[in-house]
Design a protein around this ligand. Structure first.
Ligand code: ZN
Length: 138
């Protein structure tokens, strides 16, 4: 598998460093999850009857093995996107745009960024978009 943590990032200081650390931590977690799901998807291909002990807990409600496999693939895509979002966020840290809502340009609250460091919208704009199927409301 391709090693994905050989990327060079700039050195940040102060508050930026704080956010950078949170972002890197989140990135590492997602990369680990991607690896976990990749292994799981590969296991499925090798042995379609294989029910690994302890691994099916969060997918327990998902009927057939087929839908379980679909979910693995979907998770892989989502996690891949999060890695992208995190790397984008790091670029915004560099350019000084980090922490601004894409829609209303307000400062995204520190509390929200601590939980979701790659957030691109403030909670208000996020929920407006969710009500509008992910698009910017007029
Ligand atoms: Zn906003």
């Amino acid at each position: 598998m391709k090693k994905s943590n050989d990327k060079k990032f700039p050195t940040f200081t102060g508050k930026k460093k704080e956010y950078f650390d949170v972002l890197m931590e989140a990135r590492e977690m997602v990369v680990k999850q991607v690896k976990f799901h990749t292994d799981e998807a590969l296991n499925y291909q090798k042995d379609s009857a294989g029910e690994k002990a302890g691994m099916a807990t969060h997918m327990a409600d998902l009927g057939s093995d087929n839908s379980r496999h679909d979910l693995e693939l979907r998770l892989l895509t989502e996690e891949g996107n999060i890695v992208e979002l995190i790397e984008e966020a790091i670029q915004r840290l560099e350019s000084g745009e980090y922490g601004k809502c894409f829609d209303c340009s307000c400062e995204i609250p520190h509390e929200r960024l601590k939980i979701k460091p790659y957030a691109r919208f403030c909670t208000k704009c996020k929920s407006l978009r969710e009500k509008n199927e992910g698009f910017t409301p007029d």
